[in-house]
Design a binder for this molecule. Structure first.
Ligand SMILES: Cc1cc2nc3c(=O)[nH]c(=O)nc-3n(C[C@H](O)[C@H](O)[C@H](O)COP(=O)(O)OP(=O)(O)OC[C@H]3O[C@@H](n4cnc5c(N)ncnc54)[C@H](O)[C@@H]3O)c2cc1C
Length: 410
């Protein structure tokens, strides 16, 4: 008799695990999806373009982009990496491209290309999909799983849970009730709210190479920052939110950041740069001779924060003026009062505790033949295609294990 595999969740992880499994094993696979649609997040991902993975780096380097789950992924990229996903898609007719920042997209710039590829594969392998089906309970009897889906019992030899990030802790209760450890879910990848009109009126300005530190915590990021009408966004902020997701949640999103607008420059180097301007352009008005990397509007803001009159000449700046300017450039402190999501994009930190998962196979350590893959686990990455790569890798690793085990049974 063919092995019966039930997959719960028709997102990236669930669909990809079904395909990867059928490529390796002739078995009876059914995906149960609670909504009426497959791959909903793939469709809207990357602004509708689907940032499907990230440019291949070494396993060690790639895994550094995961605030949670680094160790598991580092070891599993051996089995299925970003380079493997690239090859997998291209051999199925999906042309890809890498953008300057390393993000990989379909050449079509349309997430539907990825979805169509997956749907063709589901079709090719005759994988059943049952919509409007919600898993409510899971139990094991002897070697079989009894899954309660829409109040009806369904029997399986293997169960793959790919239900995505839980919004509320109670969504995980069906797993805790069978002894699986979970971690309360909290959002990751969000932007910072700052109530300072003089800053937020600069909305739309993007600054390169800015260093942000969370005061009192050991987190800092360097990168591009975008000023928005609610505060700060951009890659450096999103990365920081991911690394500090649990601590910031604990602080109810009220905390302080210190911004070094000159990036990695030391205070000494900033002073030297200002001294050079005074020496070479001393007769120029401060408003007219700005620090090159800043847009004009931002320079006006810096001078306002440093309480320097715009018409003053560089040579006429007092020691106090220069000190204040250095302080603004090197250590501007902002109160963060809340968070917002970036273009509706977010992932969930928390979920199934990875301590309860065998890192080689993604199988539960408590119940054999029960697997957890994708965002339902406490594994998440920063922006840039890393979250999808977690789904491709975990789905493949679990499919490999089921195929290997099932073959041994014959
Ligand atoms: C707007 C947005 C844009 C994004 N863009 C990118 C991007 O470009 N690149 C990137 O790498 N990451 C991106 N992400 C993150 C990425 O989409 C997720 O990490 C990824 O989709 C997780 O896949 P998953 O299959 O684990 O979960 P999901 O995609 O969330 O799929 C889970 C599925 O399970 C179903 N389900 C849940 N509970 C049950 C149940 N009890 N019974 C039956 N079915 C159930 C859900 O309906 C859903 O279809 C984005 C996220 C968002 C929100």
């Amino acid at each position: 008799m063919k092995k019966r595999v039930v997959i719960i969740g028709g997102g990236a992880a669930g669909v990809f695990s079904a395909i990867q499994l059928r490529e390796r094993l002739d078995c009876d696979v059914t995906i149960y999806e609670r909504t009426s649609e497959l791959l909903k997040k793939v469709k809207i991902s990357g602004g509708g373009r689907c940032n499907v993975t990230h440019h291949y780096l070494s396993q060690a380097q790639f895994s550094k982009n995961y605030p949670r789950g680094q160790k598991i992924l580092k070891q599993n990229f051996n089995k299925f990496s970003a380079a493997d996903m690239w090859l997998w898609l291209e051999t199925r007719g999906v042309k890809l491209k890498t953008e300057a920042d390393g993000r990989v997209f379909p050449l079509s710039n349309d997430s539907q290309t990825i979805i169509d590829c997956f749907l063709r594969e589901l079709d090719r392998f005759n994988i059943k999909v049952v919509f409007g089906s919600e898993l409510q309970k899971i139990a094991k009897r002897d070697q079989e799983f009894i899954l309660t889906i829409n109040q009806k019992e369904c029997i399986a030899d293997y169960a793959i849970i790919a239900t995505g990030g839980a919004q509320k802790e109670r969504e995980l209760s069906m797993f805790t009730s069978i002894g699986i450890q979970t971690i309360s879910p909290v959002p990751s990848l969000f932007t910072f709210k700052i109530k300072e009109p003089s800053l937020t009126e600069l909305m739309g300005l993007s600054l390169k190479n800015v260093m942000i530190k969370i005061i009192g915590k050991d987190y800092k990021e360097i990168g591009d920052v975008l000023i928005t009408h609610w505060g700060l966004s951009g890659p450096a902020i999103l990365k920081l939110s991911a690394w500090a997701a649990f601590e910031l949640h604990k602080a109810a999103y009220n905390f302080q950041i210190a911004v070094q607008w000159m990036g990695e420059m030391t205070e000494e180097q900033i002073r030297q740069e200002l001294d050079m301007i005074i020496k070479n352009n001393g007769l120029a008005k401060v408003v007219n001779r700005k620090i090159e990397k800043f847009p004009k509007r931002f320079w006006d803001y810096v001078l306002y924060k440093a309480e320097i009159e715009l018409e003053k000449k560089w040579i006429d700046l007092s020691k106090k003026n220069v000190n204040k300017l250095v302080q603004v450039l090197f250590h501007s402190v902002y109160d963060i009062q809340g968070k917002t999501t970036f273009k509706e994009e977010f992932v969930t930190a928390g979920g199934i505790n990875t301590q309860d998962i065998d890192s080689n196979t993604m199988m539960s350590k408590k119940l054999s033949n029960l697997y957890f893959i994708g965002e339902v686990t406490n594994i998440d990455g920063i922006t840039g295609g890393f979250n999808f790569q977690n789904t491709w890798t975990s789905a493949t690793v679990c499919a490999m294990d089921i195929a290997e085990k099932a073959k041994k049974c014959f």
